[in-house]
Design a protein around this ligand. Sequence first.
Ligand SMILES: [Zn+2]
Length: 416
Amino acid sequence: MPRTLSAALSASLLALAAAPAFAWDAHGHRVITYLALDGLPFADKPAKGDAAPAPIVTVPLWLSSPEIKDAVAYQCAEPDRIRAQPTPSLVHVNGPDHYLDLDMLPRWGMTIDTMPTLRHRFIKELTLARPKFPQNFTDYDPAKDAANENEWPGLGAQAVMEAYAGLQASFRTLKIIEIAGAEGRDLQIAQGRQNAVFYMGRLSHFVGDLAQPLHTTIHHHGWVRDVATFPDPATLPSTWNPNDYTTEYAFHAYIDGTILIHHQLTVESLTPTQKHERTVNDMDPWGDVLAHIKRSFAQVEPLYRMHKDDTLRGPEGKAFISERLHDGADMLRALIVAAWTSSDPVKRDLDYFTSGTPAAGQPSLPEMNTRRIPARTGTEAEQARKEAEERRKARSGGGAGKTPPPAPTPTPAPQP
Ligand SMILES: [Zn+2]
């Protein structure tokens, strides 16, 4: 979670390293991951309690295995592990994915609601807008940003969408292999599941990061003078920090980890209060991702206030931090379920896969490499749902005299 490893932060991390209970930020990400995966709806076991009705939407049973959960829990911390590497190319492409400084967007004449969904379009619009507002960027010094990491307000929302789409694609491939027939495809199934684990890990990380309020604001490492609002360095703190919130850089690490240790927040302690109720638009969860970020951003000032009046360390603070972890987990679970329900393949997907990906023992022919598949359209996504439903009906023998197939996945209305 930490943005840059300053000397001050290094000192605080060293202090934290002595804490015996558990690691800090990786722990929080793991908690979110397990709380989400434990709430997934499986066909043969209700998500909550024996009395609960069987869920209408279900995900495949292999996602319930302890090995898969542990693998995702390992993978969910990987974006921070690679962030710790000093290679500029890696920092450049990975660093801004961990946050969105929502309150910085007006510098570019933009708001979260006008921010483009696509990464490169977003950067292009930021670049084009910047010359119009030179007074807003006097705090940015390219000479101090070798990896070109800090020029942007953050790409966390786009990173969530990309991980979601990657997971959707991995799930789709697994469904295709199931339709194509598993014979000779054990390796492909195993690797396909690993691909899904990879994307679930990334999705968990970035959803979790954005549930941490300090990952949504310019005040990410203590309250700062925003030069776009208060350009005069002589401005008194009473002007730009009227409530006298902490300006400590180490505040971020304190929220990332120390406070979780203080309240002993673990999977076990949080499981009884974890809700599994959020749903997202599975064909386009952009609006849901923005709502997730806005919920977190709304907690920025309350977080600073609770730190100032020291309620953060009491029961109120425990409930506050727990709510942020719960919200991250519920959002992650909803996105995983949505990636599954929206990943049905059309026949062309199946033809493309089987023609280019031979099962064990089948030859790889040159013409396989010439096949190309055009991008799918929204209409085809609906067609994919219909074809999947027909396959389900066919598998259940048409329904006559047999157990009825699961109800079709409800399709949420598109975001306005
Ligand atoms: Zn992070």
